[in-house]
Design a protein around this ligand. Sequence first.
Ligand code: GLA
Length: 317
Amino acid sequence: MAPTLRDVADDNDIRIGAAAAADPIREDFQYRDALREYNAVTAENAMKIGPLRPDEHTYDFEDGDLIAEFAREHDMYFRGHTLVWHNQLPEWLVPFQYTDRELRRLLEDHVRTVAGRYAGDVDTWDVVNEAVADDGGLRETPWLRAFGEEYLDKAFGWAHQSAPEADLFYNDYGADGINDKSDEIYELVSGMLDRGVPIDGVGLQLHALHDPVDPDSVAENIERFKDLGLAVEITEMDVAYTAEDPPEDHLTVQADYYREIVEKANEAGCDTIVAWGVSDQHSWIPHFDDTLTEDPLLLDDSYDRKPAYDAIVDLLS
Ligand code: GLA
């Protein structure tokens, strides 16, 4: 039997992971087996504010705990995702009935409680997700409104106090290569470092949709963040093409792309690459955009290895 991703990743001291959900871990032994082929796992939704908070006064940690336990049992690197975001907020929080002061209290309590709960379990937190707007500046979110710009610094500070061992990341999409958005994130995190904010790294989501970003540009981007003294991880990778006009033999093209990203990112100093789902069966892509090919991940609908999986194994063997 050919080695698993986990075998070769462990040998190379790197991490190849997948985002995972609690229900299929509970219900599907094939999913559990497939997840064990990776040496890293991210909580796909279970640790977002909405799923964690059925009402203002309650935390429901059941799903998060289950994924944390799976990671612990199987000695996997565990990414917590995400303490502060503007999406997947609980219904009771929108539309807004809260004063700025109440929102500030609510977010602080949330970050401290959740980071504290998983202290020792979560190796790395995406503390803040997607705070930069696509057209520049900080995104208009409830958190920006309630705190002003200092919500990022504060969130990292609370997370650090509650989970001092965890690495703390800023995570975003569309900023994988060198472009205006990644320039802006570069400025943002440089400022945080200057102010002594406890930030350890930057997550590049790398949803390579329609037109995959140039791997050399990703490598260059990784290098500049590394030069600031930050770690860089690829946190949500998937690769999907325009369904109407995909490249010929798109699974092979996809495999080459995965391979090139893993190779160049690793050379640039990125030791963690996480795919956004365990298998094509669990990808968010078909729900998100039906103009894309529906097979963006490393294992297919039946949990069989795809050319992309084999390409990474081959690269790392
Ligand atoms: C963003 C978020 C993820 C996930 C994906 C799509 O990238 O960071 O948590 O929601 O969108 O599913």
